[in-house]
Structures are given as C-alpha cells and as structure tokens.
Write a protein that binds this ligand. Structure first.
Ligand code: GTP
Length: 430
C-alpha cells in the first residue's frame, strides 16, 4: 500500500530517530568529476538533493524526533541545506562528524549517546547513496509487529544483479534473516539488502561491545579493519546475528537503485521522475505547467525565488521532466523524457534534450542536442553542438565546461573548467 495513502497515528509507533550515513569526501571518488564541486549527498536526483528524498521520507514518519546526518565531510558543507530543510519539513536535523571514516556501524556507536538521547524506541539507519521510495512507515509497522532487534528493507532483483549487493536468505514464513552474504562471488539469493534499516537501541550496545572487544564477530576481515576503528554494519553486525532470531527482512517491490558512479545518478533520477509520474504528478513539469503549479511543486533546490523566464506559454515536453521555476526554456526547445533542469539554466530555441541532468546556471545555446549526459554547473554548450552518451557510458561535464559551436562530444568525461574546441569520442578530458 502506498504510504501517502495510509493513515497513521503516533500512538501506533514508538518514538524514533533517523540516522543517515552520508560518508565523506574520500568515499565519493567514483562520483568524480561531479563530487569535486558538490558533496555527493547534495547532488540532485529527480530535481532535488539526493539526501532530501531520505529526509522527506523520515519526516513523514509519525513520532520521528530527530534526523542525524553522520559522516566525515566538513560540517559547513551541509549547514545551509540542513537549516532550510529542517524548516521546510518541520523536523530537527543535525550533522555529527566522525573525525575519520568509522565504517557503517562505527559512527553509530561513537555517537550512541546523542542518538539515544530522548529514549527513542527504534532508530532508522539509511545509506545515503541510494534512491528509493523509502516506505519507512510500512517498514516501521513491520518492525513493531515482529519486534526484532533489527529489520532490513529488502528487494528482489534480477539474478545477475544481486551479487553486486548484500544478499539475504530469509525464512519464507517468518521473514527471519537466516543467512547474509556481502557481494558474494556466487549466487546466494536474489533478495538484496537495500541499505535501509530499523534497529532497536540494543544494537548500539552490541556495536559498542564489538568496539571494546567484549563482543567478537569472530571474523578475519573484522580484525583487519580493527586497526582503523572501522566497524561495518553488514559484515560485523548483520552477518553474525543472521539466523539467531534477531533480524527480520521487510520485502518491498518499489523502485530502488544505488548511486555510485555518475551513470547510476542518471538512472536513479529517471526512477524518481517515473515515481513522481505515478505518485506525485504535481512535481513534474508539463507542457501547460503554470507558474503557480510549479511553485507549489516544493522543488526549489536552494529555496530560490523564481526570477527569470517563468513562462505561461506551452513548453514542448515529452514524458517525465522536471524544470526548476527559475530556468528559462524557449518554448520551441524540445525537452524529455527523463530530463531535470536546475535553477538558473537557460535553454535556447531549437535545443533538444533527453535523458540528461542539467545542473545550475548551465547555458544551452540554439539547436544544441544533449542526450544521456550530465552537464555540470555553469557549463556552456554552444549552438548546434551535440553532447551525447549511452546509458552505460554517458557523457559527464564537470562544472564550468565550455564547448565551441558545432562539435560532437560522445561518451566523454570532462573535468571542470575545460574548453572543448573540437569533437571528441570516448575520452577523459583532463
Ligand atoms: P561499496 O560498493 O564498497 O561502496 O560498498 P557499499 O555499497 O556497501 O557502500 P558503503 O558501505 O561504502 O556505504 C554505504 C553508505 O554508508 C553510503 O551512503 C556511504 O556514504 C556511507 N558510509 C560508508 N562508510 C561510512 C563511514 O565510515 N561513516 C559514515 N558516516 N558513513 C559511511
């Protein structure tokens, strides 16, 4: 059942907190060159910062006390985003910084006092680098009914896909997790760990015991990580507790995707747009989207007020598209499907855009063609230029890339502030 359509009362649920694991600068390296200019958790998917999807879902949970971002980025990178988002969703949000990477469980133990203050009955833990419908209310309801120590959101994927993730075997009747294998070399199961959990406060004690050595996960890899103070939820906590009546799996069939490299961001953004189409069509831009409707979309990435180019004219839109209200799109440009256009972008007459993410302040000139690409902040794509890629090998521009007119850029990654004055194919432009 869709969460938007369920009625919940606070008394049905325990008080909860949510911890979002955002990692740090050394973690998002596969996301370069896009992570050179913006921390990966703030990269827009479906027109809003990746992590805003998590926050919005957490804010819908009745009885949620607080959201904590846990990571080892500079704190200041998130300050203004957190202030705005906290106000918008009416929930306290704060950032807790690990001095260095402590793994997916280490920081939970390091900050257990902060997390447990106010006595939450359960804690959501969410990986940041995923896109999902985040059925947190249903997940919590399942957790309350089963009352385990640990509930994992799971999803069945294609057999060939499963081995890239944590694979789980559950009891078909009780849903108890019987066996867990992280990125196994052979097929274990098609049911994968989505990186969204509800845990009881006891789990933080358990991680603390692992940390101080009184509880041993008894695994060689754990001792290898021990020197770095790293404790991982998957290998060091979930694996040893599987089959012991403590962990259950809540299986969903909604969309889910991991965001590691830029190409997966394009795919994930597409999944969010498709999700809006089904569940929140008001968030999408349509040919006749009026100024009012677009303002109500609540998709202002940085709370900017609309400035230029808010058109009441018909736009030439195909399929699921999001255009920020402040973007100026000429009505005879053709946009979509799977396109997001951020604040301050200008798109000239005759331009054709599909399957792309256009970041803030990009300028796309007359008759330019862009497909399967991400165009970085402030870039300029000159007239009649083609920037194209494929789903497997998109073209990625870092910030401030400038192309000359009438060239073709195919399947290239271009580092920030480069000028392209001739056509290129399958290159990394350093
Ligand atoms: P890889 O394929 O190796 O990236 O493994 P994975 O897909 O299991 O992801 P990983 O465990 O590296 O990260 C899962 C989530 O936890 C991501 O959102 C990371 O940003 C976050 N994360 C990873 N390591 C840390 C850490 O040391 N501290 C914090 N706070 N978050 C982390």
């Amino acid at each position: 059942m869709s969460e938007e359509k369920t009625q919940n009362t606070v008394s049905e649920f325990p008080k909860t907190k949510a911890v979002i694991l955002v990692g740090g600068a050394s973690k998002g390296t596969r996301f370069r060159p896009l992570s050179l200019d913006l921390p990966k958790p703030l990269f827009p998917l479906g027109g809003k910062p990746m992590i805003e999807h998590h926050i919005e879902a957490c804010a819908r949970v009745p009885g949620l006390m607080e959201i904590i971002l846990l990571g080892f980025y500079e704190e200041s990178l998130f300050t203004s985003f957190l202030e705005l988002t906290s106000e918008r969703f009416g929930v306290p949000i704060r950032y807790l910084r690990e001095a260095k990477s402590l793994g997916t469980a280490g920081g939970l133990s390091r900050y257990s006092n902060a997390i447990l203050s106010g006595n939450p009955g359960a804690i959501f833990v969410l990986h940041c680098d995923i896109g999902c419908s985040f059925p947190l209310v249903n997940l919590l309801r399942f957790h309350v009914q089963k009352s385990p120590e640990f509930t994992i959101l799971g999803k069945v994927v294609e057999p060939g896909e499963a081995r890239k993730y944590g694979c789980m075997v559950k009891d078909p009747n009780t849903c108890e997790l019987l066996h867990y294998a992280e990125k196994p070399s052979s097929v274990v199961s098609e049911l994968i760990n989505c990186g969204v959990y509800v845990i009881s406060p006891w789990i933080l004690d358990y991680i603390g015991q692992i940390r101080n050595g009184s509880q041993s996960p008894n695994r060689v890899s754990f001792y290898m990580n021990r020197e770095n103070d790293i404790i991982r939820l998957e290998q060091d906590v979930i694996m040893p507790l599987a089959g012991k009546g403590k962990i259950y799996v809540y299986e969903m069939d909604d969309f889910w995707a991991q965001v590691k490299e830029p190409k997966t961001a394009l795919r994930c953004s597409e999944l969010y747009l498709a999700y809006y189409k089904e569940h929140k069509p008001e968030l999408l831009t349509t040919p006749t989207t009026s100024l009012r409707a677009r303002m109500d979309g609540l998709l202002f990435m940085r709370n900017q007020k609309p400035t230029v180019g808010l058109q009441e004219t018909r736009l030439n839109i195909v399929g699921a598209v999001y255009i920020h209200p402040s973007a100026k799109v000429e009505s005879n440009a053709k946009i979509g499907p799977n396109v997001t256009i951020a604040a301050g972008v200008e798109i000239a007459a005759g331009a054709r855009l599909k399957d792309c993410i256009i970041l803030e302040d990009v300028n796309i000139k007359e008759h330019a063609f862009i497909s399967h690409s991400i165009i970085g902040w402030g870039s300029i794509v000159d007239a009649w230029t083609r920037v194209q890629g494929t789903a497997e090998n998109p073209t990625i521009f870092g910030a401030g890339v400038v192309t000359e007119a009438e060239i073709v850029v195919r399947n290239c990654t271009v580092l920030p502030h480069k000028t392209l004055n001739e056509s290129c194919h399958q290159q990394i432009i350093l």
